[in-house]
Ligand binder design. Structure first.
Ligand code: ATP
Length: 242
Protein backbone atom coordinates (compact mmCIF):
# COMPACT_ATOMS: atom_id res chain seq x y z
CA UNK A 1 0.00 0.00 0.00
CA UNK A 2 1.46 3.30 -1.09
CA UNK A 3 0.97 6.44 0.93
CA UNK A 4 0.73 9.73 -0.85
CA UNK A 5 0.83 13.06 0.86
CA UNK A 6 1.46 15.96 -1.50
CA UNK A 7 -0.38 16.52 -4.76
CA UNK A 8 2.43 17.29 -7.15
CA UNK A 9 0.04 18.02 -9.97
CA UNK A 10 -3.13 19.90 -9.21
CA UNK A 11 -5.62 20.83 -11.92
CA UNK A 12 -8.75 22.49 -10.65
CA UNK A 13 -11.78 23.20 -12.82
CA UNK A 14 -9.74 24.12 -15.84
CA UNK A 15 -11.35 25.28 -19.06
CA UNK A 16 -9.41 25.76 -22.25
CA UNK A 17 -10.79 26.61 -25.68
CA UNK A 18 -9.20 27.43 -28.99
CA UNK A 19 -11.54 29.93 -30.63
CA UNK A 20 -14.88 28.11 -30.43
CA UNK A 21 -13.36 24.64 -29.97
CA UNK A 22 -13.51 23.42 -26.36
CA UNK A 23 -10.32 21.43 -25.66
CA UNK A 24 -10.80 21.03 -21.90
CA UNK A 25 -14.11 21.33 -20.12
CA UNK A 26 -13.86 21.82 -16.35
CA UNK A 27 -10.97 19.41 -15.93
CA UNK A 28 -10.05 18.61 -12.34
CA UNK A 29 -7.27 16.20 -11.48
CA UNK A 30 -5.02 15.75 -8.45
CA UNK A 31 -1.94 13.56 -8.78
CA UNK A 32 -0.02 12.75 -5.60
CA UNK A 33 3.71 12.27 -5.30
CA UNK A 34 5.00 9.00 -6.74
CA UNK A 35 1.89 8.23 -8.73
CA UNK A 36 1.81 7.31 -12.41
CA UNK A 37 -1.38 8.71 -13.85
CA UNK A 38 -2.37 7.93 -17.43
CA UNK A 39 -4.71 10.11 -19.41
CA UNK A 40 -6.34 7.71 -21.81
CA UNK A 41 -8.32 9.13 -24.68
CA UNK A 42 -8.78 9.23 -28.43
CA UNK A 43 -7.33 11.84 -30.80
CA UNK A 44 -8.51 15.29 -29.89
CA UNK A 45 -9.54 14.35 -26.31
CA UNK A 46 -7.40 17.10 -24.78
CA UNK A 47 -4.36 15.13 -23.61
CA UNK A 48 -1.70 17.30 -25.26
CA UNK A 49 -3.54 20.46 -24.21
CA UNK A 50 -3.34 19.24 -20.60
CA UNK A 51 0.40 18.65 -20.94
CA UNK A 52 0.92 22.04 -22.58
CA UNK A 53 -0.94 23.71 -19.73
CA UNK A 54 1.23 21.90 -17.17
CA UNK A 55 4.33 22.99 -19.07
CA UNK A 56 3.14 26.59 -18.95
CA UNK A 57 2.97 26.84 -22.74
CA UNK A 58 -0.73 27.63 -22.54
CA UNK A 59 -2.80 29.73 -20.13
CA UNK A 60 -6.04 28.22 -18.85
CA UNK A 61 -9.16 30.28 -19.68
CA UNK A 62 -10.30 29.63 -16.12
CA UNK A 63 -9.44 27.39 -13.19
CA UNK A 64 -6.11 26.75 -11.54
CA UNK A 65 -3.06 24.65 -12.35
CA UNK A 66 -0.24 23.98 -9.94
CA UNK A 67 2.87 21.86 -10.41
CA UNK A 68 4.60 21.25 -7.09
CA UNK A 69 2.70 24.27 -5.79
CA UNK A 70 3.80 26.56 -8.62
CA UNK A 71 1.60 28.05 -11.35
CA UNK A 72 3.43 26.97 -14.53
CA UNK A 73 2.10 29.79 -16.69
CA UNK A 74 2.77 32.63 -14.25
CA UNK A 75 6.05 31.31 -12.95
CA UNK A 76 7.29 29.12 -15.76
CA UNK A 77 11.00 29.21 -14.96
CA UNK A 78 10.37 28.10 -11.37
CA UNK A 79 7.92 25.38 -12.44
CA UNK A 80 10.28 24.01 -15.09
CA UNK A 81 12.93 23.32 -12.47
CA UNK A 82 10.79 20.45 -11.23
CA UNK A 83 9.38 19.29 -14.58
CA UNK A 84 10.80 17.06 -17.29
CA UNK A 85 8.93 16.62 -20.53
CA UNK A 86 9.42 13.54 -22.67
CA UNK A 87 7.73 13.89 -26.05
CA UNK A 88 6.71 11.03 -28.31
CA UNK A 89 9.88 11.57 -30.31
CA UNK A 90 12.80 12.47 -28.10
CA UNK A 91 14.89 15.06 -29.93
CA UNK A 92 18.59 14.66 -29.40
CA UNK A 93 21.60 16.08 -31.20
CA UNK A 94 22.25 13.31 -33.76
CA UNK A 95 25.95 14.09 -34.12
CA UNK A 96 26.53 13.81 -30.39
CA UNK A 97 26.71 10.51 -28.55
CA UNK A 98 24.25 9.42 -25.87
CA UNK A 99 26.66 10.43 -23.16
CA UNK A 100 27.36 13.81 -24.80
CA UNK A 101 23.64 14.52 -25.18
CA UNK A 102 23.02 13.69 -21.53
CA UNK A 103 25.94 15.88 -20.50
CA UNK A 104 24.75 18.76 -22.70
CA UNK A 105 21.13 18.71 -21.50
CA UNK A 106 22.19 18.27 -17.88
CA UNK A 107 24.46 21.30 -18.13
CA UNK A 108 21.59 23.29 -19.63
CA UNK A 109 19.62 22.41 -16.51
CA UNK A 110 22.58 23.62 -14.41
CA UNK A 111 23.78 20.15 -13.44
CA UNK A 112 27.42 19.13 -13.78
CA UNK A 113 27.91 15.38 -13.88
CA UNK A 114 31.09 13.35 -13.89
CA UNK A 115 31.64 10.70 -16.54
CA UNK A 116 30.85 8.00 -14.00
CA UNK A 117 27.56 9.71 -13.14
CA UNK A 118 26.63 10.14 -16.80
CA UNK A 119 27.28 6.45 -17.41
CA UNK A 120 25.34 5.56 -14.28
CA UNK A 121 22.21 7.42 -15.42
CA UNK A 122 22.35 5.95 -18.92
CA UNK A 123 22.74 2.41 -17.70
CA UNK A 124 20.05 2.88 -15.02
CA UNK A 125 17.77 3.84 -17.91
CA UNK A 126 18.60 0.65 -19.73
CA UNK A 127 20.90 1.92 -22.46
CA UNK A 128 23.47 -0.68 -23.49
CA UNK A 129 27.04 0.28 -22.60
CA UNK A 130 28.20 -0.18 -26.21
CA UNK A 131 25.82 2.58 -27.29
CA UNK A 132 27.00 5.26 -24.84
CA UNK A 133 29.58 6.77 -27.18
CA UNK A 134 27.78 6.15 -30.49
CA UNK A 135 26.10 9.05 -32.28
CA UNK A 136 22.42 9.19 -31.35
CA UNK A 137 21.59 9.62 -35.05
CA UNK A 138 22.10 5.86 -35.25
CA UNK A 139 19.87 5.11 -32.23
CA UNK A 140 16.47 3.43 -32.42
CA UNK A 141 13.43 5.27 -31.09
CA UNK A 142 13.55 3.21 -27.90
CA UNK A 143 17.20 4.12 -27.32
CA UNK A 144 16.43 7.82 -27.76
CA UNK A 145 13.59 7.43 -25.25
CA UNK A 146 16.07 5.96 -22.77
CA UNK A 147 18.38 8.95 -23.15
CA UNK A 148 15.37 11.28 -22.79
CA UNK A 149 14.44 9.53 -19.57
CA UNK A 150 18.06 9.60 -18.38
CA UNK A 151 17.96 13.40 -18.84
CA UNK A 152 14.83 13.58 -16.67
CA UNK A 153 16.35 11.19 -14.14
CA UNK A 154 19.65 13.09 -13.87
CA UNK A 155 17.68 16.30 -13.39
CA UNK A 156 15.84 14.59 -10.53
CA UNK A 157 12.63 15.95 -11.97
CA UNK A 158 9.78 15.73 -9.46
CA UNK A 159 7.21 15.71 -12.24
CA UNK A 160 7.63 13.89 -15.54
CA UNK A 161 5.19 14.53 -18.36
CA UNK A 162 5.10 12.04 -21.22
CA UNK A 163 3.15 12.26 -24.44
CA UNK A 164 2.46 8.89 -26.08
CA UNK A 165 5.66 7.43 -24.63
CA UNK A 166 5.24 3.92 -26.05
CA UNK A 167 4.04 4.88 -29.49
CA UNK A 168 6.12 3.22 -32.22
CA UNK A 169 8.12 1.08 -29.82
CA UNK A 170 8.37 -2.67 -30.33
CA UNK A 171 6.91 -4.87 -27.56
CA UNK A 172 10.26 -5.40 -25.82
CA UNK A 173 11.18 -1.70 -25.86
CA UNK A 174 7.67 -0.86 -24.74
CA UNK A 175 7.85 -3.28 -21.81
CA UNK A 176 11.27 -1.90 -20.81
CA UNK A 177 9.81 1.59 -20.93
CA UNK A 178 6.96 0.60 -18.60
CA UNK A 179 9.46 -0.85 -16.14
CA UNK A 180 11.57 2.27 -16.31
CA UNK A 181 8.57 4.53 -15.70
CA UNK A 182 7.66 2.35 -12.71
CA UNK A 183 11.19 2.67 -11.35
CA UNK A 184 11.17 6.46 -11.63
CA UNK A 185 7.87 6.60 -9.77
CA UNK A 186 9.16 4.23 -7.08
CA UNK A 187 12.00 6.70 -6.56
CA UNK A 188 9.49 9.51 -6.02
CA UNK A 189 8.81 11.07 -9.42
CA UNK A 190 5.21 11.87 -10.22
CA UNK A 191 4.33 10.90 -13.76
CA UNK A 192 1.55 11.99 -16.06
CA UNK A 193 1.43 10.08 -19.32
CA UNK A 194 -0.93 10.71 -22.20
CA UNK A 195 -1.76 7.76 -24.36
CA UNK A 196 -4.36 5.99 -26.41
CA UNK A 197 -2.66 2.63 -25.92
CA UNK A 198 -5.03 0.90 -23.55
CA UNK A 199 -2.84 -2.13 -22.91
CA UNK A 200 0.33 -0.15 -22.22
CA UNK A 201 -1.51 2.23 -19.95
CA UNK A 202 -2.88 -0.69 -17.94
CA UNK A 203 0.62 -2.17 -17.60
CA UNK A 204 2.28 1.07 -16.58
CA UNK A 205 -0.03 3.38 -14.66
CA UNK A 206 -1.35 3.29 -11.10
CA UNK A 207 -4.44 5.25 -12.09
CA UNK A 208 -6.09 5.80 -15.43
CA UNK A 209 -8.36 8.68 -16.36
CA UNK A 210 -10.57 8.41 -19.41
CA UNK A 211 -10.52 11.75 -21.16
CA UNK A 212 -13.02 12.36 -23.90
CA UNK A 213 -13.87 15.62 -25.62
CA UNK A 214 -12.13 17.56 -22.89
CA UNK A 215 -13.99 15.88 -20.04
CA UNK A 216 -12.54 13.42 -17.56
CA UNK A 217 -15.30 10.82 -17.69
CA UNK A 218 -13.94 8.25 -15.28
CA UNK A 219 -10.91 7.42 -13.16
CA UNK A 220 -9.89 3.82 -12.64
CA UNK A 221 -7.41 2.13 -10.32
CA UNK A 222 -5.23 0.15 -12.76
CA UNK A 223 -4.66 -2.86 -10.50
CA UNK A 224 -8.40 -3.26 -9.95
CA UNK A 225 -9.09 -4.13 -13.59
CA UNK A 226 -7.82 -6.45 -16.30
CA UNK A 227 -6.89 -5.08 -19.72
CA UNK A 228 -10.16 -6.53 -21.04
CA UNK A 229 -12.15 -4.82 -18.28
CA UNK A 230 -10.44 -1.57 -19.09
CA UNK A 231 -11.27 -1.91 -22.76
CA UNK A 232 -14.91 -2.58 -21.90
CA UNK A 233 -15.10 0.34 -19.49
CA UNK A 234 -13.44 2.59 -22.02
CA UNK A 235 -15.78 1.66 -24.88
CA UNK A 236 -18.85 1.85 -22.65
CA UNK A 237 -17.86 5.19 -21.15
CA UNK A 238 -17.06 6.75 -24.48
CA UNK A 239 -20.14 5.37 -26.24
CA UNK A 240 -22.45 6.74 -23.51
CA UNK A 241 -21.44 10.23 -24.50
CA UNK A 242 -22.08 9.77 -28.23
N1 ATP B 1 -3.41 25.30 -31.01
C1 ATP B 1 -4.63 24.87 -31.28
N2 ATP B 1 -5.47 25.57 -32.07
C2 ATP B 1 -6.72 25.13 -32.33
N3 ATP B 1 -7.24 24.00 -31.84
C3 ATP B 1 -6.46 23.25 -31.07
C4 ATP B 1 -5.12 23.63 -30.73
N4 ATP B 1 -4.57 22.70 -29.92
C5 ATP B 1 -5.54 21.76 -29.75
N5 ATP B 1 -6.67 22.10 -30.43
C6 ATP B 1 -7.92 21.34 -30.44
O1 ATP B 1 -8.25 20.99 -29.12
C7 ATP B 1 -8.73 19.66 -29.03
C8 ATP B 1 -7.83 18.84 -28.10
O2 ATP B 1 -6.57 18.63 -28.75
P1 ATP B 1 -5.35 17.84 -28.08
O3 ATP B 1 -4.20 17.99 -29.01
O4 ATP B 1 -5.17 18.30 -26.69
O5 ATP B 1 -5.89 16.36 -28.10
P2 ATP B 1 -5.11 15.00 -27.82
O6 ATP B 1 -5.95 14.22 -26.87
O7 ATP B 1 -3.72 15.28 -27.42
O8 ATP B 1 -5.12 14.32 -29.24
P3 ATP B 1 -3.97 13.42 -29.98
O9 ATP B 1 -4.08 12.06 -29.38
O10 ATP B 1 -4.40 13.47 -31.40
O11 ATP B 1 -2.66 14.08 -29.74
C9 ATP B 1 -8.78 19.14 -30.46
O12 ATP B 1 -10.07 19.33 -30.96
C10 ATP B 1 -7.78 20.01 -31.19
O13 ATP B 1 -8.14 20.14 -32.54
Amino acid sequence: MQHYCINMISIQQVNKSFKDKIALDLLSLEIPEGEIFALLGPNGAGKTTTINLLLGFLKPDSGQILVKGVDPFRDSSEARKSIAYIPENVNLYPHLSGIENLNYFSQLAGIDLSNTELEHYLSECGLQKEAFSKHTGSYSKGMRQKVGIAIAYAKKASVILMDEPASGLDPVASKELSQLIRKLAAEGSTILMASHDLFRVKETAHRIGILYQGTLLQTIQADAVTANDLEEIYLETVSQTL
